[in-house]
Write a protein that binds this ligand. Structure first.
Ligand code: HPA
Length: 281
């Protein structure tokens, strides 16, 4: 397992992708659990199974297709990750951040990241979308930061600023579009736990107490790498279940995938319009 990656390794993957597709992705989109359908709409699509790319973390979880889709969506060149790998699958935390680093070498200036998340905020209902306004890097605080190891200076600084992890301008755009389309868009703080076990009621009371609105097992490493490399980030959680604050609710992966079916059409419509109106960088 690679603890760190060199620029040469990252560029090796970027070169392989360039040899397969002429798309010049300006936007990289990561589609989380049960949310892969948006990739079907890509025009002139080149599909690259993750297994064909060296070092690339392959998703082993049901609901994650595990391939890169390059092409055009809403007139923009995009690179879509249809499914992602998680730390709990056994990869190093650096490996979870690797695809975002590759997207930076391919020229993508914006990351749009989605996930399935549990509602910690009692006002949220399964099926809701949540604009991530900030995150709580719990796994990073515990040492699992994808930037650990030698800094890659050509990509970004040793100590990157995280005061605006989620881009305010793109967040405002998402809010406006959701309003115009009549899509309810909750907002809040997302916390990333390592997983794969879901939270105990005590975990959830703790998260609630420290200001978390939604909890999941992804996104934060990718956004950390994105900000290191100067990418702007938009994060949207699909709320798939009520968190088990009272100890009387059981959370299952099936439930997460089922909620995806309600979430996908709203999420796809929102992301497509954001793409269309995205300011060019
Ligand atoms: N907890 C953690 N991760 C999740 C959840 C949850 O309740 N739902 C979807 N991903």
């Amino acid at each position: 397992m690679n603890e760190f990656f060199t620029l040469t390794q990252i560029d090796q993957i970027a070169t392989l992708i360039r040899a397969r597709s002429s798309a010049q992705p300006k936007v990289v989109i990561i589609l989380g659990s049960g949310l892969g359908a948006l990739a079907e709409a890509v025009e002139g699509a080149t599909l690259i199974p993750y297994q064909e790319l060296p070092y690339w973390p392959v998703s082993t979880v049901q609901g994650h297709q595990g391939r890169l889709v390059l092409g055009q969506l809403e007139g923009k060149d995009v690179m879509i990750m249809q499914g992602r790998a998680h730390y709990y699958e056994g990869y190093s935390i650096a490996q979870i951040g690797l695809p975002v680093r590759v997207s930076q070498r391919l020229g993508a200036g914006t990351l749009i990241v989605t996930n399935a998340a549990g509602a910690v905020n009692p006002d949220f209902t399964p099926g809701d979308l949540m604009l991530i306004t900030d995150h709580l890097n719990l796994i990073g605080m515990a040492g699992l930061n994808p930037l650990r190891g030698p800094n890659l200076d050509p990509l970004g600084p040793r100590f990157p600023d995280m005061s605006q992890a989620y881009d305010r301008e793109i967040g405002d755009l998402a809010r406006r579009i959701a309003k115009e389309k009549g899509i309810k868009l909750q907002e809040g703080v997302y916390a990333c736990l390592a997983g794969p076990s879901f939270e105990t009621p005590a975990d959830l009371r703790f998260l609630h107490g420290i200001g978390v609105d939604a909890v999941g097992m992804s996104t934060v490493p990718e956004v950390t790498v994105a900000r290191h490399g100067g990418q702007r980030a938009l994060g949207i959680s699909g709320i798939s279940n009520k968190a088990n604050l009272d100890g009387n609710t059981v959370t299952t992966h099936e439930e997460v995938l089922e909620a995806g079916e309600i979430i996908v059409p709203k999420l796809a419509s929102l992301i497509r319009e954001v793409l269309q109106q995205l300011p060019s960088d």
